[in-house]
Design a protein around this ligand. Sequence first.
Ligand SMILES: NC(=O)c1ccc[n+]([C@@H]2O[C@H](COP(=O)([O-])OP(=O)(O)OC[C@H]3O[C@@H](n4cnc5c(N)ncnc54)[C@H](OP(=O)(O)O)[C@@H]3O)[C@@H](O)[C@H]2O)c1
Length: 264
Amino acid sequence: MRSLFPVTEETAAPERGAPGAWELDALADYYAYPESAGAEAGAEGVWLRGNMVATLDGAAQHEGRSQPISCPADMRIFGTLRGLADAVVVGAETVRQEGYRPPRAREAFAARRAAAGQGPAPAIAVVSASLNLDFSLPLFTSPLVPTVVLTGAQASAERARAAEKAGVDVVVAGDGRGVDPARAVRALGKRGLTRLLTEGGPRLLGQFVTAGVLDELCLTVSPMLAAGDAQRIAHGPAMTVPDRFVLVSVLEEDGFLFTRYRRT
Ligand SMILES: NC(=O)c1ccc[n+]([C@@H]2O[C@H](COP(=O)([O-])OP(=O)(O)OC[C@H]3O[C@@H](n4cnc5c(N)ncnc54)[C@H](OP(=O)(O)O)[C@@H]3O)[C@@H](O)[C@H]2O)c1
């Protein structure tokens, strides 16, 4: 892994760019959430970071999964971003398609998490209107930190009860069946979950983008061409005016670019 941007004396040093020089601890320092989240972050002191991977031609998945367009370094960064987060906010379709499991406590992040007052692993916060989720799965019945399900006020009461019976923290963050994305972020912030990471999918990320609540995007550019009709990383109604972000950093390994952009 080597740093391509910003170019400083330190990052340009060959030993820093040597493969393997970026252990998990170095990656965790590199991707640390803003220190003064309250001052720098958006509403309620929450910082919402997105982490997505896309091919050169913009495909966010291949045959329904992101794994075919990812690589080991991408998975290391994926794990690091999880290791830093209070909660991972994810759309129900990604949970269903990718077979989400409860995040495990990882030794590499244990001391850092304890010092930051975080639980042993991030909570998974699933966004779902239908609550059409299998609440008998370990994601819901046996996570280290209770899984949250964000839904609307008019979601099925029966399904909500099934979720609660499994141990899920059901949070209403919308007046209809669906969730208001900005309200969802605020609701998590009020629960003390302020270092947020969203892993999409594209339909959920698109709503965070149009609601103006995405603070940062970690986008892996995968050196692959997929063609086909796969979704882009953000899908749904368009912005009136595209939102401008600034480039913060770029890492490279094996032809993959690990970019990070922040809202201006
Ligand atoms: N490239 C990447 O980095 C990446 C990352 C993640 C996922 N993916 C891929 O993306 C695909 C899935 O993404 P997707 O865009 O189809 O789905 P998604 O965003 O993961 O989930 C969509 C579902 O989330 C729920 N949802 C979204 N917005 C909601 C709202 N405002 N209120 C209530 N519920 C809401 C709904 O669930 P209900 O149907 O339960 O109501 C909806 O069907 C998979 O193929 C996955 O592999 C790629």
